[in-house]
Design a binder for this molecule. Structure first.
Ligand SMILES: Nc1ncnc2c1ncn2[C@@H]1O[C@H](COP(=O)(O)OP(=O)(O)O)[C@@H](O)[C@H]1O
Ligand SMILES: [Mg+2]
Length: 305
């Protein structure tokens, strides 16, 4: 199967974009043996913080120290291939602000967490769109990086965790993507966020025509997240309102049958990963079902046209 680049996107914050990117990415890579690259585009870098903790990297500044230490011990064992990496040098910053003289490379952008899972870490608080950058460099950054370094040949899935705002980052993520997936919570204003998102996706495609030819972005669908199930009456009626809303029905957006279940550990432990935990009996099968439905959608969308 050819690599799929997918943006996890919603104009609302706190709807489970980051959590779903991480859990689905981890499941596809560790349980289903795919090669997965996660790209953290959100300046809040929650995805990076969570996975760094989960894989034994200290949060933010100490990232590179660990990388350096590993490389030193490699060298001690006789491998002389690697050079040391400094703190801010492995991150999305290289991709967004790369220049002809210091371009983004896999070495300064991608951190391999293990054989199957890699990440382009975020950069806390750096808003590249506010720095005197040529906005085309920023908006084409991820697209060009994937192309130049043949990442589609190295990964089965590339997931992009988007920020909740509409900015050059969103454009950068969508321009690089084949498809997008919408995590959402059944809340009173969900529909507004989704409405805005569909409009943004349309306008980005209109403004950047050639990037979306011959194929336009595919909409994988809406996944409801953090769902408590039957116990919540409000949740149920809001879900029905959303599913039957004019917007969803008229725009023919797919609604996942599987909903991403609420799990208290996700909220309380930053390094939590469902497939690593032995504690819960609900989330693991739930995530496996979600992954199967996701793969089914991929099959449907790519084979049926
Ligand atoms: N399935 C879940 N169970 C419990 N808490 C969740 C679940 N999914 C997300 N959350 C929590 O909801 C909050 C928002 O999730 P997050 O993935 O960061 O959203 P976003 O990236 O859209 O802003 C976080 O505190 C996260 O831990
Ligand atoms: Mg997020």
């Amino acid at each position: 199967m050819a690599c799929k680049v997918i943006s996890f996107i919603n104009m609302k914050g706190g709807v489970g974009k980051t959590t779903l990117t991480k859990e689905l990415g981890y499941h596809l890579s560790h349980v289903l043996d795919n090669k997965v690259l996660l790209i953290d585009v959100d300046p809040q870098m929650n995805l990076t913080q969570s996975l760094f903790q989960a894989f034994g990297y200290a949060p933010s500044q100490d990232i590179a120290q660990r990388v350096q230490m590993e490389e030193l011990s490699d060298q001690e064992e006789g491998s002389r291939t690697k050079r040391s990496i400094t703190v801010s040098s492995v991150s999305i910053a290289s991709i967004f602000s790369g220049t002809i003289t210091s371009p983004a490379t896999p070495e300064n952008s991608i951190l391999k967490l293990d054989d199957n899972l890699s990440i382009v870490p975020g950069q806390l608080g750096i808003d590249f769109s506010l720095r005197n950058l040529n906005s085309t460099t920023l908006e084409n950054g991820i697209y060009e990086f994937i192309k130049k370094h043949h990442l589609r040949e190295q990964f089965d899935f590339i997931f992009i965790d988007c920020p909740p705002t509409y900015s050059s980052y969103t454009t950068a993520a969508l321009k690089a993507s084949d498809a997008y997936l919408i995590p959402a919570k059944p809340e009173a204003y969900s529909i507004l966020g989704i409405d805005m998102l569909l409009k943004v996706v349309d306008s980005v495609q209109i403004e950047n025509g050639p990037y979306f030819e011959p194929e336009r972005l595919k909409n994988i669908g809406i996944i409801l997240t953090d769902m408590r199930g039957n116990s919540s009456v409000g949740e149920k009626s809001l879900t029905e309102d959303l599913r039957k809303s004019k917007l969803i029905v008229n725009s023919n957006v797919y609604f996942f049958n599987t909903q991403f279940a609420h799990n208290e550990y996700i909220k309380t432990q930053i390094d939590y990963l469902i497939d690593r935990s032995n504690a819960d009996k609900t989330s693991k099968p739930n995530l496996a079902n979600l992954a199967q439905e996701f793969l089914g959608r991929i099959d449907d969308l790519w084979n049926n046209n």
